[in-house]
Design a protein. Structure first.
Ligand code: G1P
Length: 277
């Protein structure tokens, strides 16, 4: 069995919902408290045992690369001062994994962004994290990716994380239909990108955590543009599910939609309560 070592972060999107903040700052660098969104995702991947972070960036995203690098000037300035501990967490992240980058030149959708990452991933199964879905584990459980990697070891197929949402919100998510084979684990029979509530096959929405087997790249290559004229990973996964097996996993833990202002504020309040009180 091939073990999962790499995690892909599609991070080329414009973050228009956070303009003007995202005009010159990548949305993945917006902080929840003192930590940028993407660092939460990288820490979740490290906790799941992954050590190569493959980041698909775009124009105006250089701050991400600088963040996961040493800042000699800063380190020199605060060395042996009481402020040194502020950099401890990010230094640990940098020491534990390697980062590789490629650019998505044209914005043609999430499926296309994942395909751009093929050069960094190669022919092995990998995880995908959408950094604006910020997840936190409950005390008794490990992180979402960690739960999914364990499931992969058992089933060795693509897996998407899902949660129940109010039916009126289905047009914001990929939505699955499937047969529950174990409590909380579904074998997918169909999936639709952002269906209107009346067309949605269920209220089980995909959140930004995926484990993908590498045959997905060939499938994406022949996937036609779908919702919004973009190449959708949901459509590629539907093809994969029809030809074989794709699982949907109702993860344990909390998830915040930090792609929206409401979710961002909710996450900020949650982590403030958790870490500062
Ligand atoms: C993407 C996917 C969608 C998924 C969502 C999770 O949409 O296309 O299937 O449910 O992420 O956050 P986006 O939020 O990028 O529009």
């Amino acid at each position: 069995m091939q073990i999962i070592k790499k995690c892909l972060f599609p991070a080329a999107g414009y973050g228009t919902r956070f303009l003007p903040a995202t005009k010159a700052t990548p949305k993945e660098m917006l902080p929840v408290l003192t930590k940028p969104l993407i660092q939460y995702g990288v820490e979740e991947a490290i906790e799941a045992g992954l050590s190569t972070m493959a980041i698909v960036t775009g124009r105006g995203k250089r701050a991400i690369e600088d963040h996961f690098d040493i800042s000699y000037e800063l380190e020199h300035q605060i060395k042996d001062t009481p402020k040194e501990h502020y950099l401890r967490e990010i230094r640990e992240v940098i020491d534990k994994c390697t980062f590789s980058y490629t650019r998505q030149i044209h914005m043609k959708g999430l499926g296309h962004a994942i395909l751009c990452g093929e050069t960094l991933i190669g022919n092995e199964p990998f995880a995908v994290v959408l950094a604006d879905d910020l997840c936190d584990n409950t005390c008794e459980e490990s992180g979402v990716l960690s739960q999914m990697v364990k499931l992969y070891e058992k089933h060795q197929c693509s897996i998407v994380a899902i949660e129940e949402i109010p039916k009126e919100l289905t047009n914001k998510y990929g939505v699955i239909a499937g047969n529950e084979i174990e409590p909380g684990l579904f074998e997918i029979t169909d999936m639709v990108e952002k269906p209107d509530p009346q067309d949605a096959p269920s209220n089980l929405a995909i959140i930004g955590r995926y484990i993908l087997t590498p045959d997905i790249f060939d499938i994406i290559r022949v996937t036609e543009p779908g919702k919004g004229g973009e190449i959708q990973i949901t459509d590629a996964l539907r093809t994969q599910a029809k030809a074989g097996k794709v699982l949907a996993y109702k993860f344990k833990g909390k998830r915040f939609d930090c792609g929206s202002v409401e979710g961002f504020v909710e996450a900020t309040n949650y982590f403030y309560e958790k870490e500062y009180k």
